[in-house]
Design a protein around this ligand. Structure first.
Ligand code: UDP
Ligand code: MG
Length: 317
Protein backbone atom coordinates (compact mmCIF):
# COMPACT_ATOMS: atom_id res chain seq x y z
CA UNK A 1 0.00 0.00 0.00
CA UNK A 2 1.47 3.34 -1.04
CA UNK A 3 0.79 6.51 0.90
CA UNK A 4 1.69 9.86 -0.63
CA UNK A 5 1.83 12.75 1.74
CA UNK A 6 1.48 16.19 0.17
CA UNK A 7 3.19 19.00 2.05
CA UNK A 8 2.63 22.54 0.74
CA UNK A 9 5.60 24.67 1.74
CA UNK A 10 5.97 28.40 1.52
CA UNK A 11 9.01 29.81 3.34
CA UNK A 12 9.24 26.82 5.66
CA UNK A 13 13.02 26.41 5.90
CA UNK A 14 12.84 26.59 9.71
CA UNK A 15 10.08 24.03 10.12
CA UNK A 16 11.03 21.39 7.54
CA UNK A 17 13.65 19.58 9.61
CA UNK A 18 11.29 19.21 12.56
CA UNK A 19 8.64 17.99 10.18
CA UNK A 20 10.89 15.41 8.60
CA UNK A 21 12.05 14.13 12.01
CA UNK A 22 8.50 13.74 13.17
CA UNK A 23 7.45 12.03 9.94
CA UNK A 24 10.33 9.60 10.22
CA UNK A 25 9.01 8.40 13.56
CA UNK A 26 5.61 7.79 12.03
CA UNK A 27 7.07 6.11 8.96
CA UNK A 28 9.06 3.76 11.15
CA UNK A 29 5.94 2.98 13.13
CA UNK A 30 3.97 2.20 9.97
CA UNK A 31 6.64 0.00 8.44
CA UNK A 32 4.28 -1.94 6.16
CA UNK A 33 3.27 1.21 4.28
CA UNK A 34 5.30 2.51 1.37
CA UNK A 35 5.62 6.23 2.06
CA UNK A 36 6.25 9.09 -0.31
CA UNK A 37 6.75 12.63 0.98
CA UNK A 38 5.72 15.01 -1.76
CA UNK A 39 6.86 18.52 -0.88
CA UNK A 40 5.33 21.27 -2.97
CA UNK A 41 7.53 24.34 -2.88
CA UNK A 42 5.13 27.19 -3.47
CA UNK A 43 7.63 29.75 -4.72
CA UNK A 44 9.41 30.17 -1.39
CA UNK A 45 11.79 33.08 -1.07
CA UNK A 46 14.00 31.42 1.53
CA UNK A 47 16.05 28.21 1.46
CA UNK A 48 13.03 25.89 1.49
CA UNK A 49 13.84 24.31 -1.87
CA UNK A 50 17.48 23.70 -0.90
CA UNK A 51 16.36 22.06 2.34
CA UNK A 52 13.95 19.83 0.44
CA UNK A 53 16.66 18.89 -2.05
CA UNK A 54 18.99 17.97 0.81
CA UNK A 55 16.30 15.73 2.23
CA UNK A 56 15.70 14.20 -1.20
CA UNK A 57 19.37 13.33 -1.51
CA UNK A 58 19.34 11.50 1.81
CA UNK A 59 16.00 9.84 1.38
CA UNK A 60 14.56 8.52 -1.87
CA UNK A 61 11.05 8.72 -0.47
CA UNK A 62 11.29 12.52 -0.61
CA UNK A 63 9.88 13.99 -3.80
CA UNK A 64 9.27 17.60 -4.69
CA UNK A 65 7.54 19.88 -7.10
CA UNK A 66 8.73 23.46 -7.22
CA UNK A 67 6.54 26.24 -8.58
CA UNK A 68 7.74 29.12 -10.72
CA UNK A 69 6.28 31.57 -8.16
CA UNK A 70 3.92 31.66 -5.20
CA UNK A 71 0.57 30.30 -6.33
CA UNK A 72 -1.03 29.82 -2.91
CA UNK A 73 -1.73 26.80 -0.77
CA UNK A 74 -4.77 25.75 -2.78
CA UNK A 75 -2.70 25.50 -5.94
CA UNK A 76 -0.05 23.56 -4.03
CA UNK A 77 -2.64 21.07 -2.83
CA UNK A 78 -3.98 20.66 -6.34
CA UNK A 79 -0.51 20.12 -7.77
CA UNK A 80 0.22 17.55 -5.09
CA UNK A 81 -3.02 15.72 -5.78
CA UNK A 82 -2.43 15.60 -9.50
CA UNK A 83 1.08 14.20 -9.06
CA UNK A 84 0.12 11.75 -6.35
CA UNK A 85 -0.33 8.19 -7.61
CA UNK A 86 -0.54 6.41 -4.26
CA UNK A 87 -3.43 4.29 -3.04
CA UNK A 88 -3.77 6.77 -0.22
CA UNK A 89 -3.01 10.45 -0.23
CA UNK A 90 -2.58 12.76 2.73
CA UNK A 91 -2.39 16.53 2.86
CA UNK A 92 -0.49 18.06 5.74
CA UNK A 93 1.07 21.38 6.72
CA UNK A 94 4.81 21.67 7.08
CA UNK A 95 4.66 23.42 10.44
CA UNK A 96 3.54 20.34 12.45
CA UNK A 97 0.19 21.96 13.18
CA UNK A 98 -1.21 18.82 11.59
CA UNK A 99 0.27 16.21 13.94
CA UNK A 100 1.77 13.33 11.92
CA UNK A 101 1.12 11.11 14.94
CA UNK A 102 -2.53 10.95 13.86
CA UNK A 103 -1.60 9.18 10.62
CA UNK A 104 -1.74 5.60 12.00
CA UNK A 105 -5.30 6.17 13.26
CA UNK A 106 -6.27 7.74 9.96
CA UNK A 107 -4.75 4.85 8.07
CA UNK A 108 -6.63 2.37 10.22
CA UNK A 109 -9.94 4.14 9.61
CA UNK A 110 -9.56 3.84 5.83
CA UNK A 111 -7.98 0.44 5.54
CA UNK A 112 -9.82 -1.40 8.31
CA UNK A 113 -13.01 0.57 8.89
CA UNK A 114 -13.70 1.23 5.21
CA UNK A 115 -13.98 5.01 5.20
CA UNK A 116 -13.11 6.90 2.01
CA UNK A 117 -11.41 9.73 3.80
CA UNK A 118 -10.43 10.77 7.28
CA UNK A 119 -10.52 14.44 8.12
CA UNK A 120 -9.37 16.29 11.19
CA UNK A 121 -10.68 19.22 13.12
CA UNK A 122 -9.17 21.06 16.01
CA UNK A 123 -11.50 21.38 18.94
CA UNK A 124 -10.06 24.62 20.25
CA UNK A 125 -8.27 27.60 18.86
CA UNK A 126 -5.65 27.97 21.54
CA UNK A 127 -2.98 30.53 20.74
CA UNK A 128 -5.04 32.29 18.10
CA UNK A 129 -6.03 35.96 18.36
CA UNK A 130 -9.64 36.17 19.71
CA UNK A 131 -10.78 38.45 16.91
CA UNK A 132 -9.65 35.90 14.34
CA UNK A 133 -11.52 33.10 16.14
CA UNK A 134 -14.63 35.27 16.25
CA UNK A 135 -14.61 35.92 12.52
CA UNK A 136 -13.73 32.30 11.76
CA UNK A 137 -16.66 30.97 13.79
CA UNK A 138 -19.10 33.33 12.14
CA UNK A 139 -17.75 32.55 8.73
CA UNK A 140 -18.48 28.84 9.22
CA UNK A 141 -21.94 29.61 10.57
CA UNK A 142 -22.88 31.79 7.61
CA UNK A 143 -21.24 29.50 5.08
CA UNK A 144 -23.20 26.48 6.25
CA UNK A 145 -26.44 28.41 6.04
CA UNK A 146 -25.94 29.61 2.50
CA UNK A 147 -24.22 26.74 0.76
CA UNK A 148 -24.58 23.05 0.18
CA UNK A 149 -20.95 22.30 0.88
CA UNK A 150 -20.75 20.90 4.35
CA UNK A 151 -17.96 22.88 5.97
CA UNK A 152 -17.00 21.99 9.50
CA UNK A 153 -15.83 24.61 11.98
CA UNK A 154 -12.23 24.07 12.94
CA UNK A 155 -11.70 21.63 10.07
CA UNK A 156 -8.14 21.57 8.84
CA UNK A 157 -6.94 20.65 5.40
CA UNK A 158 -5.19 17.70 7.09
CA UNK A 159 -6.75 14.65 5.52
CA UNK A 160 -6.09 11.13 4.37
CA UNK A 161 -8.01 10.05 1.27
CA UNK A 162 -8.36 6.95 -0.85
CA UNK A 163 -7.97 6.91 -4.62
CA UNK A 164 -11.61 7.51 -5.50
CA UNK A 165 -11.76 10.52 -3.24
CA UNK A 166 -8.64 12.00 -4.83
CA UNK A 167 -9.96 11.33 -8.32
CA UNK A 168 -13.20 13.09 -7.44
CA UNK A 169 -11.22 16.11 -6.23
CA UNK A 170 -9.17 16.13 -9.43
CA UNK A 171 -12.34 16.10 -11.52
CA UNK A 172 -12.97 19.55 -10.15
CA UNK A 173 -10.38 21.47 -12.10
CA UNK A 174 -11.80 24.85 -11.16
CA UNK A 175 -9.47 27.81 -10.89
CA UNK A 176 -11.02 29.35 -7.78
CA UNK A 177 -10.28 26.50 -5.40
CA UNK A 178 -11.63 26.40 -1.89
CA UNK A 179 -10.53 22.99 -0.65
CA UNK A 180 -12.52 22.98 2.56
CA UNK A 181 -15.63 23.29 0.42
CA UNK A 182 -14.48 20.83 -2.26
CA UNK A 183 -13.84 18.14 0.36
CA UNK A 184 -17.39 18.43 1.63
CA UNK A 185 -18.89 18.78 -1.82
CA UNK A 186 -17.59 15.48 -3.21
CA UNK A 187 -19.36 13.49 -0.49
CA UNK A 188 -18.11 9.96 0.32
CA UNK A 189 -17.83 8.55 3.82
CA UNK A 190 -15.62 10.73 5.94
CA UNK A 191 -14.52 10.06 9.48
CA UNK A 192 -13.66 13.02 11.68
CA UNK A 193 -10.82 12.93 14.16
CA UNK A 194 -10.46 15.66 16.73
CA UNK A 195 -7.31 17.06 18.24
CA UNK A 196 -6.16 19.96 20.40
CA UNK A 197 -4.72 22.90 18.52
CA UNK A 198 -0.95 22.81 18.25
CA UNK A 199 1.07 25.94 17.68
CA UNK A 200 3.42 26.13 14.75
CA UNK A 201 6.83 24.62 15.49
CA UNK A 202 8.97 27.25 13.78
CA UNK A 203 8.68 30.07 11.29
CA UNK A 204 5.56 32.19 11.09
CA UNK A 205 2.06 32.02 9.70
CA UNK A 206 1.53 33.13 6.11
CA UNK A 207 -2.03 34.22 6.71
CA UNK A 208 -2.68 37.77 7.73
CA UNK A 209 -6.16 38.68 8.88
CA UNK A 210 -6.84 40.45 5.60
CA UNK A 211 -5.70 37.45 3.54
CA UNK A 212 -8.01 35.19 5.54
CA UNK A 213 -10.87 37.63 5.06
CA UNK A 214 -10.42 37.66 1.27
CA UNK A 215 -10.09 33.87 1.31
CA UNK A 216 -13.42 33.60 3.11
CA UNK A 217 -15.07 35.75 0.43
CA UNK A 218 -13.56 33.46 -2.22
CA UNK A 219 -15.11 30.56 -0.36
CA UNK A 220 -18.54 32.11 -0.31
CA UNK A 221 -18.42 33.06 -3.98
CA UNK A 222 -17.21 29.58 -4.91
CA UNK A 223 -19.85 27.68 -2.99
CA UNK A 224 -22.95 29.80 -2.80
CA UNK A 225 -25.03 32.02 -5.04
CA UNK A 226 -27.01 33.23 -2.05
CA UNK A 227 -25.49 36.75 -2.13
CA UNK A 228 -26.98 37.16 -5.63
CA UNK A 229 -30.40 36.15 -4.33
CA UNK A 230 -30.02 38.56 -1.43
CA UNK A 231 -29.26 41.33 -3.90
CA UNK A 232 -32.36 40.51 -5.92
CA UNK A 233 -34.44 40.29 -2.74
CA UNK A 234 -33.19 43.73 -1.62
CA UNK A 235 -34.29 45.12 -4.98
CA UNK A 236 -37.78 43.72 -4.61
CA UNK A 237 -38.04 45.02 -1.06
CA UNK A 238 -37.00 48.49 -2.19
CA UNK A 239 -39.70 48.46 -4.89
CA UNK A 240 -42.35 47.65 -2.31
CA UNK A 241 -41.13 50.37 0.04
CA UNK A 242 -41.06 52.86 -2.83
CA UNK A 243 -44.62 51.93 -3.87
CA UNK A 244 -45.86 52.42 -0.31
CA UNK A 245 -44.07 55.77 -0.10
CA UNK A 246 -45.63 56.94 -3.39
CA UNK A 247 -49.13 56.09 -2.18
CA UNK A 248 -48.42 57.80 1.12
CA UNK A 249 -47.17 60.98 -0.55
CA UNK A 250 -50.07 61.16 -3.00
CA UNK A 251 -52.61 60.76 -0.21
CA UNK A 252 -50.84 63.32 1.92
CA UNK A 253 -50.68 65.77 -0.98
CA UNK A 254 -54.43 65.40 -1.64
CA UNK A 255 -55.35 65.82 2.03
CA UNK A 256 -52.88 68.45 3.21
CA UNK A 257 -51.00 69.77 0.15
CA UNK A 258 -47.54 71.37 0.35
CA UNK A 259 -45.23 68.44 -0.37
CA UNK A 260 -42.26 70.61 -1.28
CA UNK A 261 -40.42 70.24 2.00
CA UNK A 262 -38.29 67.25 2.88
CA UNK A 263 -35.10 67.97 0.97
CA UNK A 264 -32.80 66.45 3.68
CA UNK A 265 -34.79 63.24 3.83
CA UNK A 266 -34.67 63.05 0.04
CA UNK A 267 -30.89 63.24 0.08
CA UNK A 268 -30.73 60.50 2.71
CA UNK A 269 -32.98 58.21 0.69
CA UNK A 270 -31.01 58.80 -2.50
CA UNK A 271 -27.72 58.06 -0.78
CA UNK A 272 -29.15 54.96 0.80
CA UNK A 273 -30.51 53.63 -2.48
CA UNK A 274 -27.28 54.53 -4.25
CA UNK A 275 -25.38 52.56 -1.63
CA UNK A 276 -27.57 49.51 -2.00
CA UNK A 277 -27.28 49.65 -5.78
CA UNK A 278 -23.52 49.81 -5.64
CA UNK A 279 -23.44 46.96 -3.12
CA UNK A 280 -25.54 44.77 -5.40
CA UNK A 281 -23.45 45.65 -8.43
CA UNK A 282 -20.40 44.80 -6.34
CA UNK A 283 -21.81 41.38 -5.47
CA UNK A 284 -22.66 40.77 -9.09
CA UNK A 285 -19.20 41.96 -10.05
CA UNK A 286 -17.44 39.50 -7.78
CA UNK A 287 -19.24 36.59 -9.38
CA UNK A 288 -18.50 37.98 -12.81
CA UNK A 289 -14.84 38.39 -11.89
CA UNK A 290 -14.62 34.78 -10.76
CA UNK A 291 -16.35 33.66 -13.93
CA UNK A 292 -13.84 35.68 -15.94
CA UNK A 293 -10.92 34.00 -14.20
CA UNK A 294 -12.56 30.62 -14.66
CA UNK A 295 -13.19 30.95 -18.43
CA UNK A 296 -9.62 32.01 -19.09
CA UNK A 297 -8.62 28.47 -18.10
CA UNK A 298 -5.20 29.45 -16.94
CA UNK A 299 -3.19 26.68 -15.34
CA UNK A 300 -3.65 26.49 -11.58
CA UNK A 301 0.10 26.27 -11.07
CA UNK A 302 3.29 26.24 -13.11
CA UNK A 303 5.90 23.68 -12.19
CA UNK A 304 9.48 24.87 -12.57
CA UNK A 305 11.30 21.78 -11.44
CA UNK A 306 10.61 18.41 -9.91
CA UNK A 307 12.30 15.10 -9.21
CA UNK A 308 9.26 13.09 -10.20
CA UNK A 309 9.37 11.41 -13.59
CA UNK A 310 5.66 10.97 -14.08
CA UNK A 311 3.75 14.14 -14.92
CA UNK A 312 0.72 15.59 -13.19
CA UNK A 313 -2.50 14.12 -14.53
CA UNK A 314 -4.54 17.25 -14.96
CA UNK A 315 -2.08 20.06 -14.86
CA UNK A 316 -0.93 20.96 -18.32
CA UNK A 317 -3.60 20.39 -20.88
N1 UDP B 1 1.39 27.68 2.38
C1 UDP B 1 1.63 27.56 1.01
N2 UDP B 1 1.47 28.67 0.21
C2 UDP B 1 1.08 29.89 0.71
C3 UDP B 1 0.81 29.98 2.11
C4 UDP B 1 0.98 28.86 2.90
O1 UDP B 1 1.98 26.51 0.52
O2 UDP B 1 0.95 30.84 -0.06
C5 UDP B 1 1.57 26.49 3.25
C6 UDP B 1 2.51 26.71 4.41
O3 UDP B 1 3.84 26.48 4.06
C7 UDP B 1 2.01 25.70 5.43
C8 UDP B 1 0.52 25.65 5.14
O4 UDP B 1 0.34 26.19 3.84
O5 UDP B 1 2.56 24.40 5.21
C9 UDP B 1 -0.28 26.42 6.17
O6 UDP B 1 0.21 27.72 6.29
P1 UDP B 1 0.35 28.44 7.68
O7 UDP B 1 0.90 27.50 8.70
O8 UDP B 1 1.10 29.71 7.46
O9 UDP B 1 -1.16 28.77 8.01
P2 UDP B 1 -1.88 28.64 9.44
O10 UDP B 1 -1.57 27.28 9.96
O11 UDP B 1 -1.31 29.73 10.27
O12 UDP B 1 -3.32 28.83 9.11
MG1 MG C 1 0.22 26.60 10.30
Amino acid sequence: MKLTSIIPCYNEEAALHYFYEEMQKVMRQMADVEFELLFVNDGSKDRTLEVIKELAEKDTRVKYISFSRNFGKEAAIYAGLSYSDGDLTAIMDADLQDPPSLLPDMYYAIVEEGYDSVATRRVNRKGEPPIRSFFARNFYRIMNRISKADIVDGARDYRLMNRSFVNALLEMGEYNRFSKGLFGWVGFETKWLEFQNVERVAGETKWSFWKLFLYSIDGIVAFSTMPLSIAAFLGVMMCFIAAAAIVFIIVRQILYGGSAFGWPSMVCIMMFLGGIQLLCIGILGSYLAKTYLEVKKRPIYICKETNIERSGTESHE
